[in-house]
Write a protein that binds this ligand. Structure first.
Ligand code: SME
Length: 164
């Protein structure tokens, strides 16, 4: 098992995600536990890229309510209703939402005033049911783009893949 948390901050983004994914897959080898996977991904993404907040909101009432799960960062709000904030919009639409400027997103939920931009990626289980969303916040504007979207959506396929 890889033992260290990689620091990917000087590495070009696409290459950084390749390393990140290899690391996640190696650490989770042989593990079939969603909470362990969420914890590991939060840790490696957060420290690898130096984000402000990185973690998961889990679906606890399908179509209605998200509740915070494994994360890294300052205190996150505990529950988010489907349709509210960036996380709730992603959950309701089952689509990734990239927000270059959180202040321009109607209904954005502020958990940490330092947040400037955000990406939220839906997480599907083995039957295409929505099980969570991955939420990443940055202290800088326009941190996330199509490269992040593609790589994070690919990383989230861990949860829908058949596992040993
Ligand atoms: N900004 C998110 C809420 C969660 S936190 O930032 C940790 C949103 O608008 O959904």
């Amino acid at each position: 098992m890889a033992e260290v948390t990689l620091d990917l901050r000087g590495t070009p983004k696409a290459a950084a995600y390749v390393q990140l994914k290899q690391h996640v897959e190696a650490v989770l080898e042989g593990i079939d536990d969603e909470i362990t996977a969420m914890s590991t991904m939060s840790c490696l993404l957060h420290h690898g890229f130096g984000h402000l907040w990185t973690g998961f909101y889990r679906v606890v009432q399908p179509g209605k309510l998200l509740r915070v799960g494994p994360y890294q960062g300052t205190l996150g709000c505990l529950e988010i209703t489907f349709g509210k904030g960036v996380c709730g919009v992603s959950a309701a639409t089952r689509e990734t939402v990239v927000v270059p400027d959180v202040h321009a997103f109607p209904g954005h939920i502020t958990c940490d005033g330092r947040s400037q931009s955000e990406i939220v990626v839906p997480v599907f289980g083995k039957n295409r049911e929505l099980i969570a969303v991955l939420d990443i916040d940055s202290e800088h504007k326009a941190t996330f783009d199509a490269v992040d979207q593609q790589a994070l959506e690919e990383l989230m396929t861990w949860f829908s893949r058949p596992r040993a």
